[in-house]
Unconditional design. Structure first.
Lengths: 212, 212
DNA sequence: CTTATTATGTAGCGAACATTACATATTTGG
DNA sequence: CCAAATATGTAATGTTCGCTACATAATAAG
C-alpha cells in the first residue's frame, strides 16, 4: 500500500516543545493554539498524531517522566537509604533551579486545580506522585529490614515527609526561589535524619548531574 | 438623594460562596457562571458589586486571610519559637484536614499556573506566601537574638524549610492525604528542630482550634 | 401618587476555546 | 506518468468565556 506524504515534523521534538508549554501553563491553561504554535504545526496535524489535547498531554507527560526525572532513578539506586534521600533532595535542587526548565515540577503544577473536564489528568498526576512516594517508602522499608535504619525512623512517615518537602520545594521554586534558597531547605531537611552527625556530608551534585 | 432598590443579597455570605468556588477551582478555572450560581446572583450584580472577576477574587482572598487563617496569627503569637513552629504545623494539619474546606491552601492552589492574563493574581499569591515566610523568619530571628535558639539554627533557612513543608502539606492534602498522613509529616518535621528531645511534646490541637 | 434611583433578570456581545471539514499539496507504488 | 494515500493549511464548527445593554421591578424621597 502507498504511504503518501510523510510527516513533516519530528515527533519527539514536537513533544518536547509541547511539554514546555504544558509545564509553563499547566494542562488546562495550555491552549491548543499555543501548543501548535510552539510545535510548529497546525491543529489537524496535532489531532492526527495525538488524538486530542489530553492524548498530547499524556505523551508529553510520558516523555517528561522518561527524560526529565532520571535523577529520581539515580537516587532510588543509591547504596544507602541516607544516600537516596540526599540524592533526591540535591537532585531536586538542581532540577528546580535549572534555568532551562519552567519553575516547579510538572507533576505539581500540571493540574493543581482544574475544571470538571480535567479531573482525569489531575488524578493521573496525583497517582504518579503517590507512586513516587511509595518508591521512597519501599526503599526505606527495605533498609529498615536490613538493620540500616535507626529504630526511631518510620519508613512510611519519613517517605511522606520527604515527598512533602519535595512538593514544597516545587511550590517554592514556582514562587521564584533561588538555588541557594532551595539548598538551605535541603540542609535543614537533612537534620530530620537521625544519623546526620554520624554520616559524612557528601556533595552529590556532580553525581546527580551525571545521573540525569 | 434617593437610594432606590436595596441589594437583595448579603455581601459577606456571597463572598464566602465565591471563596469556596475559587478555592476549589483556582482563580482562572472558576467561571463567572459557576461563581454567580454559587452566590445566588446574576452577572450584572456581580459586576456592580465587585467590578470584575479579579476584583471579586481579591475581596474573597482578603476574606480568606481574615477569617480562615487565624491559626497563623495564633502561631506567631506563641510564647516560644518552638511553640510557634508546633502551632503552625499542627494548626495546618487541622486546617488542611477540615472536611468543610476544599483540599489544600488557597494561596497554593489559587494560581499555581495561569495564562498571561492571570499573572497579577499569581504574583499576589506568591507575594503573600513570601510575607508569611518572612513572619516566621522574623520571629525566629528575634528568638535567636534573645538567646532562645541553639547556635545551629539559621532563622532564614529554617523559615524557608517550614514554609516549604507547609506548602508541601498543602499539595499532599490536595492529593487526598488524610489527617493521619499529615500528622506523620509534622512529627518527622519537628525532628529537624534540635531541641526536640529536651522539649516536652505538647498537643496543641485544642489551642489551635480555639485560636481559629 | 409621582418621580428619581438603583438592583435585578434576560439576553446577547465579541473573543477565545477545543475540535474538525475540506480542498490542496506532496509523496510512494505501480 | 498516473493513481492511491496521507499530511498539510485554511477556515469554520459549536461552545464557553468574561462582560454588558437594556428593559423591568422595587424602593425612597418629595
Amino acid at each position: 500500500m502507498a504511504l503518501g506524504r510523510p510527516r513533516a515534523f519530528d515527533l519527539d521534538h514536537a513533544l518536547d516543545q509541547a511539554l514546555m508549554v504544558f509545564w509553563r501553563r499547566g494542562y488546562e491553561n495550555a491552549s491548543v493554539a499555543e501548543l501548535t504554535h510552539a510545535m510548529g504545526i497546525n491543529p489537524p496535524s496535532l489531532y492526527a498524531a495525538f488524538g486530542n489535547k489530553e492524548g498530547l498531554f499524556r505523551k508529553a507527560l510520558a516523555r517528561y517522566l522518561a527524560v526529565r526525572t532520571k535523577f529520581w532513578d539515580f537516587a532510588i539506586a543509591a547504596p544507602t537509604a541516607r544516600g537516596m534521600i540526599e540524592r533526591l533532595l540535591r537532585g531536586s535542587v538542581e532540577f528546580l533551579a535549572d534555568e532551562n526548565n519552567p519553575p516547579g515540577c510538572l507533576l505539581v503544577r500540571g493540574a493543581m486545580t482544574c475544571s470538571e473536564m480535567g479531573k482525569d489528568i489531575q488524578n493521573e498526576l496525583i497517582s504518579i506522585r503517590k507512586m513516587a512516594e511509595h518508591k521512597v517508602w519501599e526503599r526505606l522499608a527495605a533498609a529498615k529490614e536490613a538493620g540500616e535504619l535507626p529504630a526511631e525512623v518510620d519508613p512510611c512517615a519519613f517517605a511522606g515527609f520527604i515527598a512533602a518537602v519535595l512538593e514544597g520545594m516545587s511550590v517554592h521554586a514556582a514562587g521564584g526561589a533561588s538555588r541557594e534558597d532551595l539548598q538551605k531547605i535541603v540542609d535543614v531537611t537533612l537534620k530530620a535524619w537521625p544519623e546526620t552527625a554520624a554520616t559524612a556530608p557528601i556533595d552529590t551534585r556532580e553525581e546527580c548531574l551525571t545521573g540525569s
